[in-house]
Ligand binder design. Structure first.
Ligand code: GLN
Length: 479
C-alpha cells in the first residue's frame, strides 16, 4: 500500500499541519534508501530538493504556494534540470551537468513542485524494458526478477514503489504507457505538440512527447494543466488554449468507444490481459458508453514503419554526440576522424549503435525510397485511417502491451520480439494522438494488467474524464 496516492491527499495534510514538506521529503528519501535494489534513480537531488522543501514550506505558511506545492516528483533522465546531471542513461553523457532547464522543469518549479531526482531509463530512451540502460535494468516492484518496462522504467517503478508521488517520462513509441502498464500506474502520453520539448533530449523528434506517470487521474490532469501549452522555445508546441483538465474530470457524458478487433484477436495477446479487457468493456457499457468492434487492417505495418522512421530520426539527432562538443571523449585518438569514431564507438551502447546504423541505412541513397519514403507513406495512411475512425468515435480502446512484465533477460536475445511488443503503443505515436494506459488490477501472479485508450488530437480531457469514472468504479481492484 502506498502512503500517498494523490496530491490532494498530501495538500490536505499540509494545510491542517499534520505534515510538513521536509518531513514528506524525508519519507521519500527513506523509501528510496530502502528500495535501492530496484535501481530506480540515476541521481537523487538531495541538496536542491531539501532547500526547495524549506522554501516551499515557507510559501505554504504564508499562503502563497503554487498549485503543485506538496508534489514530490521524479524526472526521467532525459529531461534537463539546470546544474543537475542528465545522462540519458548513457556512458556518452555520464556526469553531464545541464547548463539550463527544460521548459517542463521550469513549469514544475514555478508551481512549487519538488524534483527529487532523475529516473533510470533505457539508453537515450531506446528500448522497451529498461535493460539498455548504462546503469543496469530497473526492477519491477511487483516481482524483482521482472523488468519494469521501458523506456521510462525508473519513472514507473518510482510511482509503483512509492518513492515519490509522480514522475515525468518521455514517450516516443510507448515509453510512458508500457512501463506504466507493467507497474500498475497511470501513464499519459499527450498529443504530439501539447507539451514543450525544449530541454528534453531528442530521440525521434516527430514522435517524442513528455508524459506523466501517476497513481491518480487527478494528478495526471493537474500536471497536464501545468505542463501543456505554447512555448516560445519550441515551435512544435501548439498554441491551442489549455483546458482546465481538473474541472473536466467529473464529465460523465456517454462516449462512443471503438475497440480495435484485431488487437484483441491477436495470438500474441496474453489471455489474462484479453479477459480483463473484456471485463473492462462490460464495465464501460454498464456505465452507459457504447462500445463497438471495428476492424483495423494496418496492424502489421505499425512496427516496421515506426522502427524505420524513428531510427532515421535518431541517426540524425544523435550525430551531435561526436566527442567534441560535449559528452564522452576518447583521449587517445590521433586524428579528428579517429576521435569521432572512437568516442562514438565507446560512448554509445549496443542498442543505440544498432539504431544509428539502421537509421543511416534507411536514409541512404538507393534505400531511401524503398524504406524511409514507404514508411512515411504508411504513416500518412495511418493518420487518414485514424481520422476516419475519430469521425465516428470519441475513443479507441486496445491493449497496451501483449504481455505483462516479463523476466529480466528473457527477450534480450531477439530484438524482433522486443520490437514487436510495441505493436499496440506505436499507433498513437505514429499518428500523434493522445493515449493513456490505465491499470486493471493484477493477474494471478500479482503482475499488473492494463488497457489503453486513445482520443482525437488535443482531446486529452476525454481520456482523463473517461478513465476517471472508470477507475472510480474499478478502484477496488487497483493496488
Ligand atoms: N520501445 C520503443 C522503442 O524502443 C519505445 C521507446 C520510447 O517510447 N522512447 O523505440
Amino acid at each position: 500500500m502506498k502512503k500517498y496516492n494523490s496530491l490532494a491527499e498530501i495538500q490536505a495534510l499540509l494545510h491542517t499541519k499534520q505534515l510538513d514538506l521536509p518531513e514528506l521529503l524525508n519519507y521519500y528519501f527513506k523509501q528510496i534508501e530502502t528500495h535501492q535494489h530496484l535501481n530506480v534513480f540515476n541521481e537523487v537531488f538531495f541538496d536542491s530538493a531539501k532547500s526547495r522543501a524549506a522554501l516551499v514550506q515557507d510559501k505554504i505558511d504564508k499562503g502563497t504556494a503554487g498549485k503543485l506545492a506538496g508534489m514530490v516528483i521524479g524526472i526521467k533522465d532525459m529531461i534537463l534540470y539546470k546544474d543537475h546531471v542528465t545522462s540519458a542513461s548513457s556512458k556518452m553523457l555520464k556526469g553531464f551537468v545541464s547548463p539550463y532547464s527544460s521548459t517542463v522543469v521550469e513549469r514544475l518549479l514555478k508551481e512549487d513542485a519538488i524534483i527529487i531526482g532523475s529516473t533510470n531509463c533505457d539508453e537515450f530512451a531506446m528500448g522497451g524494458s529498461n535493460e539498455t540502460s548504462y546503469f543496469g535494468p530497473v526492477r519491477n516492484a511487483a516481482d524483482t526478477e521482472r523488468v519494469a518496462g521501458g523506456s521510462s522504467g525508473g519513472s514507473a517503478v518510482a510511482v509503483q514503489a512509492d518513492l515519490c508521488l509522480a514522475t515525468l517520462g518521455t514517450d516516443t513509441g510507448g515509453s510512458v504507457r508500457q512501463p506504466a502498464a507493467f507497474c500498475g500506474c497511470i501513464g499519459l502520453k499527450p498529443t504530439y505538440g501539447r507539451i514543450s520539448r525544449y530541454g528534453v533530449i531528442a530521440y525521434a523528434s516527430s514522435f517524442d512527447q513528455v508524459g506523466t506517470l501517476t497513481s491518480s487521474i487527478a494528478d495526471a490532469a493537474l500536471l497536464m494543466e501545468v505542463l501543456a501549452g505554447a512555448d516560445d522555445q519550441d515551435s512544435t508546441v501548439s498554441r491551442l488554449p489549455v483546458p482546465a483538465y481538473t474541472d473536466g474530470l467529473a464529465d460523465s457524458r456517454p462516449r462512443k468507444i471503438a475497440v480495435l478487433k484485431e488487437t484483441l484477436e491477436s495470438d500474441a495477446l496474453d489471455p489474462e490481459i484479453r479477459s480483463s479487457i473484456l471485463e473492462a468493456i462490460d464495465q464501460f457499457k454498464a456505465q452507459g458508453h457504447t462500445v463497438e468492434y471495428v476492424s483495423f487492417d494496418l496492424l502489421d505495418y505499425l512496427v516496421p514503419a515506426y522502427y524505420i522512421l524513428t531510427t532515421a530520426e535518431a541517426s540524425s539527432n544523435l550525430s551531435r554526440y561526436d566527442g567534441v562538443h560535449y559528452g564522452y571523449r576518447n583521449t587517445e585518438a590521433k586524428s579528428l576522424n579517429e576521435l569521432y569514431k572512437k568516442s562514438r564507438a565507446e560512448g554509445f551502447g549496443e542498442e543505440v549503435k544498432k539504431r544509428i546504423l539502421l537509421g543511416t541505412f534507411v536514409l541512404s541513397a538507393g534505400y531511401y525510397d524503398a524504406y524511409y519514403q514507404k514508411a512515411q507513406q504508411v504513416r500518412r495512411l495511418l493518420r487518414d485511417k485514424i481520422e476516419l475512425l475519430f469521425n465516428e468515435f470519441d475513443v479507441i480502446l486496445s491493449p497496451v502491451a501483449p504481455t505483462p512484465a516479463y523476466k529480466i533477460g528473457e527477450n534480450t536475445q531477439d530484438p524482433l520480439v522486443m520490437y514487436m511488443a510495441d505493436i499496440f503503443t506505436v499507433l498513437a505515436s505514429l499518428t500523434g494522438v493522445p493515449a493513456i494506459s490505465i491499470p486493471l488490477g493484477n493477474n494471478v501472479n500479482g503482475l499488473p494488467l492494463s488497457l489503453q485508450l486513445m482520443a482525437k488530437h488535443f482531446h486529452e480531457e476525454v481520456l482523463l474524464s473517461l478513465s476517471n469514472s472508470f477507475m472510480d468504479v474499478t478502484s477496488a481492484k487497483v493496488q
